[in-house]
Structure formats: C-alpha cells, structure tokens
Design a protein around this ligand. Structure first.
Ligand code: G16
Length: 513
C-alpha cells in the first residue's frame, strides 16, 4: 500500500468536518454534495475486498428512490450480493475516519480481514442518471486507482445490471456474458421462448405501459425493447426527457401514495407498471371500469410467481425478515427455490444449483409433457436476475407468466384481497431512538411506544401497525392497516402522533391525511 499516495489523494477528496454517515440498508445515502470523500474511500475499500475475496467487486453510484439531489453508493459482493455485514462496518469506519486516521483504518481493515496486499484487484463501476453521479463515480475510480486496483467503468447501468455483471465475471461466464448485450440477450431469449409457448397471445397480453421514474430504467428499456418486441410491446412514460427523477412518479411514489404517476394516461383495465430510480423495484397497477385505482405490489407479485412455480412444489412456507433486500436474499438462499419480494416491489427468485441441474436434466430426458414443463422452467430461471431484484427482469417474468396462464391483470389482482393500508413518514431528531424486534414488527424503544401502538390498534377492526427507522432516508416509517381505508388512515395518523410525541418529533406535527 502506497500510504503517501493515499494521503495525498485523500486530501483531494476531503471529508467535510463533523460529518458522520452510516452504511445503511443499501449503502451510504445523503445529499450528493456530501459524498465525494465517501466515494473515494469506497473505491479504496472495494480494492481491499477484491484482494481478500480474489474476485471482482462492484461499486454502484445511486440513491435509487431518494430525491434527485441525493446520491449514494453501495458495494456488490462476488456473487452479485450485497456487501457482507462485517464489511459494512469497515465501510462505516472508513467513511467516517478523519484525514489523519485514514492510513491506520486502512491497515486495521487489511489486518483484521487478512487481506493479501500483493493480490490483484478488479472493480467494476456503474452509475444512475443523477446529475451528480458521473463526477462521483470518477471519485470511486480515483480511490480504486490509488490502491493499484484495475477497473472497468460500465458507465450508465441499472443497479441490477451491475449486480448481474459482477455475478457473471465471478462465475467465469457460466451465469451469462458480462456485457450489456449479454444481459439483453440472455433475458430476451428466455422471454421470447416462453411467450411462444403461451396459447393465448391476444393483444391484451402484449402491451404494457411503463413509468420509468425519469431514471436509468428508461434508457435501458429503450435499448433493450427490440430484443423482446416479438413477445411484448412497451410504451414508456417519465422517460427522463423532461420531469425530475422520482418526482411524482416511480414505484416508490405509486406504492406510498397509492395513485398513478403523473404523466401517464390510463384507460380502464390497461396493464401498467412503475420502476424506481435505479430500476430495481417494480409495482403494477390498473384502473377498473369505474375508474378506481388498483395497486399490485410486491406481495401480489410474489404470489403470482410462487403460485406459478407451485405447480411443481408441495407447499410454500412463508418467512418474514427485517426490511432490506440483503436480509431477504439470504433467507431465500436457504431453500431449493426461494421467492422473495418486499411490498415496495423489490424481489426475485433464487434457484439452488441442485434444482437447476435437475431441471436441466429433465429438459433433456423425460417424456414430452414433462420435458415441455422443464424447458419452461429453464427459461423462467434464465429470465430471473438471481443476483438481485430487477425491475426489467421481473417485468418480463410477470408478463410471461400472465401470458402462459392466460391471466388478465384483474384476475391476477383477484388472487387475494389486500386489507386497506397506509404508509406515512415522521420526522424525528434522531431516528435511532427507535429500535425494533420480531422482523421489525415491534418497537423495543423508546419506552411506551409499543404500548401506545397496541392501544391504538385495539380501537380498529382487522388492524395492525408497525413503526421502524428507515435505512435510506432520515425518517421513521409508519405502516397501518385496518378493515376500511378510513380506519387505516386514522390509525396511521394516530400512530404517527405517538411517534412524534414519544420519539422526539421535529418540525410540524403530523396532520391528518
Ligand atoms: C433500499 C433497499 C430495500 C428497502 C428500501 C427502503 O431500496 O434495498 O430493501 O426496502 O431501500 O428502505 P427503507 O424503507 O428502510 O428506507 P432502494 O430501492 O432505495 O435501493
């Protein structure tokens, strides 16, 4: 390690004094102007992680669903997964080190993790379309280079595409080709083969309106659409040509406001979906004949996918984890086939190597009917991005399943009925005063909060309510459900007031919806 060079270059990416940041649910996120030093340091850390794992590591510059002014960065581990928890701690330590402590912290991490500094390092970098992203990704590259790492800058990519590239590179191309072309071809080939098998291929299955949140999803979907146009035609909205990223549009907006994005006209019973700012989540929706809006969120996406896969499974057990793809992904890996989705539309399906092998064998050997089913599964497996939840890949999976099963969007929606619910955000001085247990469904601190929630919940029928600190924004999230929308709204408001009073609310008191 050339400590002199690190000190010299680090000073060019100086940390604003007093700034403390945490590696959160999906890396560091805050105002873009506070992130230059973090980017440089994450470049350094990615090199150490690459040397330690003898693998390619990914660095993605994005703040996903956050406002356009924010930015963020996260590291991608060798199999396309989120960074290991012990390295999240190193990331936080390094990001917050004062200039004079940088060398010591780097040496500490290298020693603790037994990093062989002589080992080669390779880092791949991607970024979203935020105005600040290009410069910030250059700071990552500065960090990589000063520690002697090699890199490949993919430039503009969706977050799941970067996860895919990392996975491909570390599996010697077995998972796919680590190029944007390779990604488009792999997914499109599987999709076109699947939709060819669909008996009902009337027009209603073939077109879809996509709200791209004015983000990277629009660019990439536009590049990709001609690869799969035989099976699906997409009409893009909020494609970044005018509106602001994530503003009044995108999956997060649609899910939390339970209304369509701005800029999209919806005819009754038309299938529509929204991506978020870095295209790693998706939600569907439609207007019924009476003009009512119906949201089809991650829970219903998981139901559609697992009921499709269930045709070959005996039962589908359900598990809950803390919020965060990183927790869900690991849980899903414990099974032969794991389907995970957050209600906000993050998710994918994972297949164990043993299951993949079995299906491959069946596709070659068995009688006609079984071979056809196995072939279908092979294509479905190829269509999922198993490195990370991916809006483009999930969209194609959903479209293929709807076509194969001959389901309309209303029939899909009718698989079960959601209880009316409401999500709100509350501003508090320090959101860490709220701690939770039981997969974030019960508050442990501050004292009295859970009791207050219990009392409020008792006032309504079929009701539940949860609170938890966000891992990506400086807010507390409140969720409530009940037998009617009015009750859910009231309950959410009352719980917000309890949070405001007991957890140190700041600014204006929460107002009724
Ligand atoms: C990230 C995480 C998701 C999480 C979301 C919101 O997504 O990857 O698992 O659901 O943040 O987290 P919170 O509600 O704690 O703020 P994204 O799309 O923002 O990268």
């Amino acid at each position: 390690m050339d400590l002199g060079a690190i000190t010299k270059y680090s000073a060019l990416h100086a940390k604003p004094s007093g700034l403390i940041l945490q590696y959160g649910t999906a890396g560091f996120r805050t105002k873009a102007e506070h992130l230059d030093h973090v980017m440089f340091r994450m470049g350094l850390l990615a090199v150490l992680r690459s040397k330690q794992t003898k693998s390619t590591i990914g660095v993605m510059v994005t703040a996903s669903h956050n406002p356009e002014e924010d930015n963020g960065v996260k590291l991608v581990d060798p199999l396309g997964e989120m960074l290991a928890p012990s390295w999240e701690e190193h990331a936080t330590c390094l990001a917050n080190a004062e200039e004079q402590d940088m060398q010591r912290v780097l040496i500490d991490i290298s020693e603790k993790e037994a990093v062989n500094l002589q080992q080669d390092a390779f880092v791949v970098i991607g970024r979203d379309t935020r105005p600040s992203s290009e410069k910030l990704s250059q700071s990552v590259i500065d960090g990589v280079t000063v520690l002697g790492g090699q890199f490949h800058d993919y430039g503009l990519l969706t977050t799941p595409q970067l996860h895919y590239m990392v996975y491909c590179r570390n599996t010697g191309g077995r998972y796919g080709k680590a190029t944007i072309e390779g990604y488009y071809q792999k997914l499109s080939k599987a999709f076109v083969e699947l939709t060819k098998q669909a008996s009902c291929s009337g027009d209603e299955y073939r077109s879809l309106k996509v709200d791209c949140a004015n983000g990277i999803g629009a660019l990439k979907l536009r590049e990709m659409e001609h690869y799969f146009s035989q099976g699906l035609s997409v009409q893009l909205f909020n494609d970044g040509s005018k509106g602001k990223l994530n503003h009044l549009c995108g999956a997060d907006f649609v899910k939390s406001h339970q209304k369509p994005p701005q800029g999209m006209e919806i005819k009754s019973n038309e299938r529509c979906c929204s991506f978020d700012g870095d295209a790693d989540r998706i939600v569907y929706y439609y207007h019924d004949a009476d003009g009512h809006f119906h949201l089809i969120d991650g829970d219903k996406i998981a139901t559609l996918i697992s009921s499709f896969l269930k045709e070959l499974l005996v039962e589908v057990p359900v598990y809950c984890t803390k919020t965060g793809v990183k927790h869900l992904h690991h849980k899903a890996q414990e099974f032969d086939i794991g389907v995970y989705f957050e209600a906000n539309g993050h998710g994918t399906a994972l297949f164990s190597t043993a299951v993949e092998m079995k299906i491959k064998q069946s596709a070659e050997q068995l009688e006609d009917k079984k071979r056809k089913a196995a072939k279908m599964l092979e294509n479905i497996i190829d269509l999922f991005n198993q490195a990370a939840g991916d809006a483009i890949s999930d969209m194609l999976v959903i479209e293929a399943i709807l076509a194969l099963k001959g389901l309309t969007v209303q029939q899909w929606d009718g698989l079960y009925t959601d209880l009316p619910n409401r999500q709100l955000k509350v501003q508090v001085a320090d959101r860490r005063v709220i701690s939770t247990t039981n997969a974030e469904r019960q508050a442990v601190t501050p004292p009295g909060l859970q009791e207050a929630i219990n009392d409020l919940v008792k006032k309504y029928k079929l009701s539940r309510a949860f609170v938890r600190p966000s891992g990506t924004e400086d807010v507390v999230r409140v969720y409530a459900e009940a037998d009617s929308q009015e009750s859910a709204d009231h309950l959410a408001h009352e719980v917000s007031l309890a949070v405001f009073q007991l957890a140190g609310g700041i600014g204006e008191r929460p107002q009724p919806g």
